[in-house]
Design a protein around this ligand. Structure first.
Ligand SMILES: *Cc1c(COP(=O)(O)O)cnc(C)c1O
Length: 338
């Protein structure tokens, strides 16, 4: 039986059609700027999202890091969510490698950072303080789509206070598909956006950072410095272009399957449905039963991640079909019936 892997949308494997696109890719040395497929991907995403330039990199972590290092210098500060990926799940890279001080702010339940708290955290220009240069937001955040009017208000604040605005848009396309807007409608509020092609979009590897030509020039330099200058990366870029052509609209299927999963889990006694956001379902399971649940699901060829919380995050993606979702619902039902 095939595994139903609910741990993350990073686990997708390239489809046959995607592998064929990779095989056909024109390639060259990207450190020389000579990989035609990489160049097409970079220009395509920059154009689609309304920016001058793009930079293809191996991971979202590196894409965010390069953005932070390009917006900020040593001794500068960026304001970020206390539960943002950039702050919490990227090894502290901004501080470690960029000498950039993070100023974390607690998220509101919808994933936004309260703008009065952001404004209050901006430091005066004075030698006592780090220079606040950047606000970084995340959309989607734990699957939640940031409200459009919030993005406008955030833009107004940073304009007024002379900061730049970065978006960790690892799942920007999920946000756009869920709200029925073009991705550029979300991206236009930002000075830079990082997009993951390796999450729900289903490419095996790759993120793209988009921004002004000047910002991307700096980021390209930092990419080389951090060991991310790659050579015939066009085979990977071809997978990303294939994902953009074929896997964007179908994100709605992942959202529908997450909704079906939430519906199926809602009435199970012993399980507490906490939320449904785009392709993510959050449930609370008694901590004492987590290991037992994990073993039960594994026996049914279902993988979950029992991380650090009693809250389980179940993620739908390209490699989970309707039958897989029903199998998960049934397995949870039989577990909690005993
Ligand atoms: C996955 C993810 C990243 C980083 O991507 P990697 O490619 O795993 O480094 C950044 N931000 C968010 C919100 C993510 O979910």
């Amino acid at each position: 039986m095939d595994w139903v892997d609910l741990r993350s949308d990073t686990v997708t494997r390239p489809t046959r059609a995607m592998r064929e696109a990779m095989l056909e890719a024109d390639v060259g040395d990207d450190v020389y700027g000579e990989d035609p497929t990489v160049n097409i991907l970079q220009q395509r995403l920059a154009g689609d999202l309304g920016f001058e330039a793009g930079l293809f990199v191996p991971s979202g972590t590196q894409s965010n890091l390069l953005a932070l290092m390009s917006h900020c210098e040593r001794g500068d500060e960026y304001i970020v969510g206390a539960d943002a990926h950039t702050y919490k799940f990227e090894g502290g890279g901004a501080a470690v490698l960029g000498s950039i001080q993070p100023q974390p702010i607690a998220h509101d339940v919808d994933g936004s950072l309260p703008l009065d708290k952001v404004a209050a955290a901006i430091k005066p220009i004075d030698p006592h303080f780090a220079r606040t240069r950047l606000l970084a937001l995340e959309n989607t955040w734990h699957g939640r789509v940031l409200p459009m009017d919030y993005l406008r208000d955030a833009r107004d604040l940073v304009r007024e206070r002379g900061l730049a605005l970065h978006l960790d848009g690892a799942r920007l396309y999920n946000a756009a598909v869920a709200s029925g807007v073009r991705p550029a409608e979300i991206a236009r509020h930002f000075d830079s956006v990082s997009i993951c092609l390796s999450k729900g979009l289903g490419a095996p590897v790759g993120s793209v950072l988009v921004g002004s030509a000047a910002l991307i020039d700096k980021a390209r330099r930092w990419r080389k410095v951090t060991g991310g200058g790659w050579r015939q990366a066009g085979m990977l870029a071809a997978a990303c272009l294939h994902a953009l052509d074929h896997h964007v609209e179908r994100l709605a299927d992942d959202h529908a399957r997450a909704a079906r999963l939430a519906q199926g889990l809602r009435d199970i006694p012993g399980l507490n449905l906490l939320g449904l956001h785009t392709n993510m379902v959050f449930v609370d399971v008694p901590a004492a039963r987590l290991r037992e649940l994990d073993a039960h699901l594994r026996a049914a060829s279902i993988r979950i991640s029992i991380g650090y919380l009693p809250t389980l995050r179940l993620v739908t993606h390209l490699d989970i079909d309707d039958a897989g979702v029903e199998r998960v619902i049934d397995a949870f039902k039989t577990f909690f019936a005993n």
